[in-house]
Ligand binder design. Structure first.
Ligand code: UDP
Length: 467
């Protein structure tokens, strides 16, 4: 290994914007605040236009190397995202090992970092002789706690989580009703369940030197206190967040290429009163069934509030994994909106297809609320910008995030299970009409408090012990 030159860190991001964005940000921080250089490794499937735009924003101190493509054609059509990510990672290990060996020859490679779905790549890093191996958890401390306790939960919960009469109680965490436990764990017979149980088992074996978590104390204080304690049988946990997209500008109506002119939706926001607009978006891959999309449109209209809505064609028109790997709407989403909706709401609302520059939208003065699927990056971005939320979780760990946000920290109003137009209009109005002491005012005050706490507690991303 080269012993001169700056320390070098290799980071591997598994597919999906929800992993790519925080790992890009971690690479940027490691380089800018710790004088290191870095290589960001991605899988061949990380190749959509929006993903390329994020990668194009890397500073010169961070190089990007895509792994060669692997054949996944034997997997069943419609395989779960967790299974796809797990398999792509497993089949890429030989190539990864070669790249890490090469980086060890040419740089002072001191650490390897990957996200939870890349856990099997820790073997390749160990075999390549990389000294420190870390997992960067792009989820909440509540989710980390669930993964750490999963080996015993699997034994103590006899049937399916959704059938539990009592909520799951984890130390320092808000009690989580069984039906809100992460979606891949809701069917014991599914391959996705097996993938998560496999990942959880590896956490226990101390194969990583540390779990770096993209969260911060103020948002999950009790969970942070519990997980900071040294515990035999698991790696130390360091909350190092919130790391959110800072430099990449994925602007443009479809967010397709970097260095585009300012997005039209930001220009539209410029013309709206302060804190008057609710931003509606379901992350990089979320889409609603056609009927639900219709109710949302009519609910927004009924609420009478200003809105900016990112739409994709309905989820019952394509598979979840298609959207997860490429955010672009598969069909014209406008064709699925109620007749006359765009025309009737044109004075108060803007609908954009597929993608909006979310961090810039959330940071805009006109944005006063966020109707979100509660993806963890979206949640952090909302909190950093002091924007209160309406929670409409869809899949993965989003229902757990919604419980924590609505019942734990109090930063969101959660929609009821039946999301008809009336329920949507009520929640949107509650959040946006902030006069008096209604729920909206309480939630907003809490979010502002969290925003301040986060500014006070801003942390370095490399654990102090490692300097
Ligand atoms: N995002 C964006 N514009 C969009 C949709 C998503 O910039 O129109 C970004 C968003 O800011 C966040 C990420 O994509 O950083 C989505 O991650 P999250 O964890 O919230 O959800 P996921 O996409 O993994 O479901």
């Amino acid at each position: 290994m080269t012993t001169s030159g700056p320390p070098h860190v290799a980071l591997l991001a598994t597919p999906g914007m929800g992993h790519l964005i925080p790992l890009v940000e971690l690479a940027r921080r490691v380089a800018s605040r710790h004088g290191a250089t870095a290589t960001l490794l991605t899988f061949a499937s990380t190749a959509s236009a929006t993903q390329r735009a994020v990668l194009a924003s890397l500073p010169p101190t961070v190089s990007h190397r895509p792994l060669p493509p692997v054949d996944l054609s034997d997997l069943p059509r419609g395989a779960a995202i967790e299974t796809l990510m797990h398999e792509e990672c497993a089949r890429s290990l030989p190539a990864l090992e070669d790249i890490l060996a090469d980086l060890r020859r040419t740089t002072r490679l001191v650490a390897f970092v990957t996200d939870m779905f890349g856990v099997d790549s820790l073997d390749a890093a160990r075999d390549a002789g990389v000294e420190r191996r870390c997992l960067f958890m792009t989820v909440s401390l509540h989710s980390v706690s669930l993964i750490l306790h999963l080996p015993e939960l699997v034994l103590s919960v006899p049937g399916e989580f959704r059938d539990l009469e009592e909520p799951v109680r984890l130390p320092g965490c808000v009690p989580i009703p069984g039906a809100d436990i992460i979606s891949p764990l809701q069917d014991r017979s599914s391959p996705a369940y097996g993938s998560i149980v496999h990942i959880a088992a590896r956490f226990r074996k101390n194969e990583a030197d540390a779990l770096l978590v993209n969260s911060f104390d103020a948002v999950e204080p009790d969970a942070a206190a519990v997980l900071r304690q040294t515990t035999p049988g698991r790696p130390p946990v360091f909350p190092i967040g919130p790391l959110i997209l800072t430099a990449a500008k994925t602007s443009g109506a479809n967010g397709t290429t970097p260095h585009q002119p300012r997005a039209a939706c930001l220009e539209w926001l410029d013309r709206q009163p302060a804190r008057s607009v609710i931003f509606v978006s379901f992350g990089s891959g979320g889409a609603l069934p056609a009927e639900q999309m219709r109710e949302l449109a009519l609910g927004l209209e009924l609420s009478g509030q200003r809105f900016l809505w990112v739409v994709r064609s309905p989820s019952d028109e394509g598979s979840l994994s298609e959207n997860y790997y490429d955010a672009a709407s598969k069909k014209d989403p406008f064709a699925y909106l109620p007749e006359g909706f765009v025309e009737r709401t044109k004075d108060v609302g803007l609908v954009v297809p597929s993608w909006a520059p979310q961090t810039e939208v959330l940071g805009h003065d006109a944005t006063g609320g966020f109707l979100t699927h509660c993806g963890w990056n979206s949640t952090l971005e909302s909190l950093v910008h002091g924007v209160p939320m309406v929670a409409w979780p869809l899949f993965a760990e989003q229902r757990m995030n919604a419980v924590m946000l609505a019942e734990g920290v109090g930063a969101a109003i959660r929609l009821p299970e039946v999301k008809d137009r009336e329920a949507i209009a009520v929640a949107v109005r509650e959040l946006m009409v902030m006069a008096g002491e209604g729920k909206g005012a309480v939630v907003r005050a809490k979010v502002v408090e969290l925003q301040k706490a986060r500014q006070r507690d801003s942390v370095k991303v490399v654990p102090r012990q490692w300097h």
